[in-house]
Design a protein around this ligand. Structure first.
Ligand SMILES: Cc1cc2nc3c(=O)[nH]c(=O)nc-3n(C[C@H](O)[C@H](O)[C@H](O)COP(=O)(O)OP(=O)(O)OC[C@H]3O[C@@H](n4cnc5c(N)ncnc54)[C@H](O)[C@@H]3O)c2cc1C
Length: 319
């Protein structure tokens, strides 16, 4: 790349899956200044968060880009020629009274520290998506004999997945002694008590909210440029095209890096096209469920494949 072109300043905001991948790809072809900014000094490996072990999920930021640890309140004030927004998604409490004040979340290192300290009592997990399911299964094994409820507002858990797959997962959760309550929509939460729209009230000792994230803060065009900006790209959970999963976030990061290169070189931009991908759900112990295309499996083998995927990701990033 021509020296003059390499004088462009590229800033990546967020060193999660998308931001870090973008920095790594740029290393391969951009000799100029790349700055990676994150409020934390680590990269959080969420697929293993359910294990509640900090050393498994707190990964170093191994990109060669200059790293700045700071929380950015307004990206418009950053000094850049090209900017990649990769700030992820925030927890959504849907303005449910008392929820934020009375529930733990399951999203970062502080959360796993708090959840790890739970040792007994009535545990209610609200949100029957993948995150709620994997956490419920893990806690059922860790706290054998304690009462664990998985509560979902819609008529079934894992509502985006097909029936036969859900049935397999439900069977496993019930075997672990987890109580699954569907069609239970929250009205409000008070210390120790959840009030539902159907009039029922449930007592809890520990409440964990996995029921909502604010995704897609930035609307992107087909080249992943944000909100009509020419030199600002948005990727991962903060982009309107991400379904809240890692694989597509990594692919978007690659497209954004490519489009910065093409833009600098005056070449046409590449269109982002989502590809098919599978889903893994850890189900406690050495068990997991996997769905890739028509293939659905539950048990030890999917768990092993999941471990391999995790191992390969970490190895790619020099961990
Ligand atoms: C418990 C859990 C388990 C999951 N398991 C899976 C799974 O098995 N498979 C899967 O595909 N997906 C999984 N996901 C979803 C997956 O983690 C997200 O889709 C993925 O993290 C999105 O990557 P990202 O780079 O967009 O955002 P993130 O990985 O969230 O990265 C965003 C980064 O931006 C930083 N940041 C945010 N705001 C600022 C700011 N203002 N200033 C500076 N830095 C900032 C954050 O510190 C963070 O490092 C899971 C999510 C959770 C919560």
């Amino acid at each position: 790349m021509h020296n003059k072109i390499a004088q462009k300043k590229i800033v990546i905001l967020g060193a999660g899956f998308a931001g870090l991948r973008c920095a790594k790809i740029l290393e391969g072809f951009y000799p100029g200044q790349v700055t990676l900014i994150d409020k934390n000094n680590h990269h959080l490996y969420t697929p293993e968060l359910y294990e509640l072990k900090e050393k498994r999920v707190k990964l170093p930021i191994t990109a060669k880009a200059e790293f700045l640890q700071k929380e950015v309140a307004d990206w418009r004030r950053l000094d850049y020629d090209y900017l990649v927004l990769a700030v992820g998604a925030q927890t959504n409490y849907y303005n449910i009274p008392g929820l934020k004040d009375n529930a733990l979340t399951f999203k970062n290192l502080e959360d796993i520290e708090r959840i790890r300290k739970i040792s007994a009592g009535d545990i209610s997990i609200i949100g029957g998506g993948v995150t709620g399911v994997e956490l419920a299964a893990q806690l059922a094994i860790k706290l054998e004999g304690e009462r664990i409820k998985l509560i979902e507002g819609s008529p079934c858990i894992l509502s985006n997945l097909e029936e036969s797959f859900k049935i397999k997962v439900e069977r496993r959760l019930k075997k672990l002694g987890i109580d699954i309550l569907c069609d239970y929509r929250l009205n409000k939460v008070e210390p120790g008590r959840i009030f539902f729209e159907n009039g029922e009230i449930l007592k809890f000792d520990n409440l964990i909210w996995t029921g909502g994230v604010k995704m897609g803060e930035y609307k992107v065009d087909k080249y992943l440029r944000a909100d009509g900006e020419k030199n600002v790209f948005a990727v991962g959970d903060c982009a309107s095209v991400n379904p809240g999963m890692i694989r597509p976030a990594l692919e978007q990061a690659e497209i954004a890096a490519m489009n910065i290169k093409n833009s600098i070189e005056g070449k046409p931009l590449v269109i982002y096209q989502p590809k098919f991908r599978g889903i893994f759900i850890p189900l406690g112990g050495y068990s997991a469920a996997v769905k890739i295309g028509k293939m659905k499996m539950l048990g030890f083998l999917p768990w092993l494949i999941k471990e391999l995927v995790n191992f390969l990701y970490k190895k790619t990033y020099g961990v």
